[in-house]
Design a protein around this ligand. Sequence first.
Ligand code: PMP
Length: 372
Amino acid sequence: MVNPASRTQSIELSQIRKMFEVTNPDAINLGIGEPDFNVPENIKIAMKNSIDNNETHYTPNKGIIELREAIVDKFKKDNGIKTNPENIIVTAGASEGLFMCAQAFFEAGDEIILPNPSFLSYEACITLSGAKIVSVDCSMENEFKLKAEDVLEKISSDTKAVMLNSPSNPTGAVMEKEDIKAIADLSMDHDFLIISDEIYEKIIYDKNHYSPAKYSDNVITLNGFSKTYAMTGLRIGYLTANENYTEELLKIHQYNIACASTTSQKGAYEALIGSQNEVEKMINEFKRRRDLIVSRLNEMGYETVNAEGAFYVFPKIADEDFVQKAAKTGVITVPGAAFGSNGKNHVRMSYANSYENIEKAMDILEERVVNG
Ligand code: PMP
């Protein structure tokens, strides 16, 4: 047996995926992090046509020009970010974008400020790069929203970057504009990067999304098609930053995947320029489910913040055996501690499952776990 590199040994496989593998296939899955909707029809047609037209060759490393132009328009219209096609890189999902950021900019001796709790991949990508994680608390008292004053406290001369993720996986928290703006100012004053993962920007209720790149030049904005257009398996995302940064990011992308899948790029282009009706329907349905799951959990006595975005709730559940008990009775959830020490005594539940299944799952939890 040949030993893996020490950097590989420094991280572990996701426990969440492992858990799904061992649970009964009939269980209601509130663990999953992807929309239960299908890819909208117009996007499927665009992808099928592109294959029939033999558009199955490599594309430019940064992606096809019409898609990059559509992304530039999207950033201008939705986010107030001024960019150009040269500074867009189309990636294999936001996952690749994240990995590129860490590989291109983080190294031993750097400190990366990471919200706690946060999406699992952040920790792994930072650790693989050799940089050190500096954890910043997102507490339930602040509805899990990252606050600028808490970030300020963690800044040192070694701070290389701050990870932002609003709306957040796993809490559903949407950061306030004033905090986004203040952290953007800090990134200029203290010369560090903001890696802004905006993959859930469209899944947001009665609240506006703000991009730090509108206020600072030191931002790499990550986004993708997985959540907004239910295109998880198509592995397609994008990023933008100013030209000093995109050139370095491109080195990692070029020698890793060369370019994103041509078929997926064609679908992504259609997603941006086509009708947004399906997106709107999906968000309305997510909101209906969010209202249901929050009220049911609160009725059961589990304190739950009315998450303003993404498709997760993060109730406070002190029972350490809850996740196991729920799984045994047929409801899959994820222990909050998987997302960082502040997630202890919480459980992540995804409502990317049908309204009926969520109702059923809540009935099961109420009858067999809470009262059982
Ligand atoms: N960021 C966050 C916060 C996520 O929740 C996910 C998906 N679970 C990703 C990035 C990765 O998305 P993609 O499918 O675009 O790689």
